[in-house]
Design a protein around this ligand. Sequence first.
Ligand SMILES: *Cc1c(COP(=O)(O)O)cnc(C)c1O
Length: 225
Amino acid sequence: MKTRLEELTENLDSVRTRIAVAAQGSGRSASDITLIVVTKTFPASDVKILYELGVRDFGENRDQEASLKSTDLPDDCRWHFQGQIQSNKLKSIANWADVLHSIDDLAHARKLDSLVSSDSKKDIFVQVSLDNLPNRGGVLPKLIPEFLDEVSVFPHLNVRGLMAVAPLGEDPAVAFQRLKELSGQLVKVHPEAWEISAGMSNDFEAAISQGATHIRIGSQILGVR
Ligand SMILES: *Cc1c(COP(=O)(O)O)cnc(C)c1O
């Protein structure tokens, strides 16, 4: 029987190899892509193994779970929040999360901005709804330019770029191509917001082929939840 260390080592190696191949295919190298290992629902012991294997970027969806885990890990970890935001949890999320990937509401952005101490900035991605269904999270593509103008004004938010989840029932490469085009239009006005957070276990190669700079992978490395 494999130990958890052996299992995570193999899975991580295999994902890293696939990232390198996909990056090369898009004219980039593996170091251009940030791998966020999504550790939601998995114990801190797994996160510690991944840390020993060199992972520093971890993704979480639940405030309480992540806030406990993050205190158990060394300070040089970067914690990414990509879950649905509840306004009353923002203060706690802002305490442990270095990057929030799921900003799609101006009121949340305003509140987050007010929570960040005056001498620092919080990194955010603006989530786009690639299936045009606003109730599944994300700003509608046609509203993205205006949303970016508004969110860029907040002094304590550092807008890194756009984030999306591939819609169900559509070729992810086609959906991520729309994201890439949207990002291309956006950077003409907001050159600092050039990064793209897209791609999960089942579609990260498609996302990299369409310019993703941050991929968020859970089950392919940690197993089924
Ligand atoms: C859970 C989750 C992931 C990781 O999903 P896997 O399919 O396990 O790789 C990535 N992004 C978001 C927004 C998630 O909720």
